[in-house]
Write a protein that binds this ligand. Structure first.
Ligand SMILES: Cc1cc2nc3c(=O)[nH]c(=O)nc-3n(C[C@H](O)[C@H](O)[C@H](O)COP(=O)(O)OP(=O)(O)OC[C@H]3O[C@@H](n4cnc5c(N)ncnc54)[C@H](O)[C@@H]3O)c2cc1C
Length: 310
């Protein structure tokens, strides 16, 4: 068989895709994983993955994901860093367009995850990399003993505020809502940390500075506008599912994610979705890994009997 024909192709090299690739290869299926731009996905930049089984003190994503990749390679999975750029049904199988040509497979597992949402305010694109960032682990050390801001009020925002507090002299969390939505464990740690301040009901309206960020203009709930001096701004206001490459082939839920059943099967035979790109994802690394495993096991069954959901 050539290296363009597979039982199963995984699109995505995050923890969901890596686990699907591992379990598929372990089942003896000819497996190819397309990792796209970031092997490890969102976890790649996380200093301490909390709540992942087996690691009571957390583990850096840049350590965990390469281990899973090595495991998958040892089991026989092939990897490439190229992205999937399109998908089409062909003669009862799937054709996956990639940066390195076309691949054919009986099953495709879509595990392309999410990308971080931008604020969508003027100057953001210009200042990204010049003070505006989505990665506390990568860019936090640049702001040693400086004051930085974090935008957002969920788990990611507070977790990354705590990472930044290891470097910055002060971290100011700016949240548009009146209450933080993060889980209690993060809220408590932030409340108890002298170096982290939370300002709720505060909207970041403008970014100041050229060519590098010097601060932000905020608007409080009562309408008061104020300028806040900041050396860096880290944005964690949500995630956008990476489904554009599917070209509308699947209906998506209102959040842009792929509806699936309990076995990670989409509406279309042979097409699975796993991890944060699928509807109803719990959004945690452990659940994404579990999705990948579920998809691989169900895919093996489908490749044997050809039965699909009703
Ligand atoms: C700041 C932050 C902190 C977090 N902290 C934690 C934590 O402590 N504990 C926890 O359990 N969870 C945490 N999470 C959530 C966790 O990161 C996600 O649940 C997990 O990464 C989802 O994995 P995934 O494989 O579904 O998607 P992603 O991690 O988003 O991976 C997507 C993969 O798809 C690839 N890709 C994208 N497009 C294509 C394409 N067209 N073709 C091929 N490949 C493509 C990307 O390169 C990447 O490899 C955090 C998330 C963030 C943002």
């Amino acid at each position: 068989m050539s290296d363009t024909h597979y039982d199963l192709v995984v699109a995505g090299g995050g923890i969901a895709g890596l686990t699907a690739g591992l379990l598929s290869a372990r089942a003896g299926r000819r497996t190819r994983v397309l990792t796209g731009p970031a092997l490890g996905g969102q976890l790649l930049n996380i200093e301490r993955i909390d709540g992942y089984p087996g690691f009571p003190d957390g583990i850096p994503g840049y350590e965990l994901c390469p281990i899973v990749q090595e495991q998958a390679v040892a089991a026989g999975a092939a990897f490439s860093a190229t992205p999937a750029t399109g998908l089409a049904a062909q003669d009862g199988r799937w054709s996956v367009a990639t940066g390195e040509g076309e691949l054919r497979a009986g099953v495709v597992v879509i595990a392309t995850g999410t990308t971080s949402k931008a604020l969508g305010i003027p100057g953001e694109a210009r200042l990204r990399g010049n003070g505006v960032s989505h990665c506390a682990t990568c860019d936090g050390p640049l702001f040693r003993t400086r004051v930085v801001g974090v935008v957002g009020g969920g788990d990611s925002a507070l977790q990354e505020a705590l990472t930044l507090a290891q470097f910055a002299s002060r971290v100011i969390v700016l949240h548009r809502g009146t209450a933080l939505s993060a889980q209690a464990a993060y809220r408590d740690r932030v409340r108890d940390h002298d170096g982290v301040e939370v300002r709720t009901a505060t909207v970041v309206e403008d970014l100041l500075g050229d060519p590098v960020l010097t601060g932000v203009r905020t608007r409080a709930a009562g309408g008061t506008v104020a300028d806040l001096e900041l050396a860096g701004l880290f944005v964690y206001i949500g995630l956008t599912p990476a489904t554009a490459w599917l070209g509308g082939m699947l209906d998506l839920d209102p959040s842009g994610r792929i509806p699936i059943d309990e076995a990670m099967r989409s509406r279309l035979p042979g097409l699975f979705a796993a991890g944060t790109v699928r509807a109803g994802s719990a959004g945690r690394a452990a659940s994404a890994a579990g999705d990948g495993a579920t998809a691989a096991v169900a895919a093996d069954r489908y490749l044997k009997d050809g039965a699909w959901r009703a």
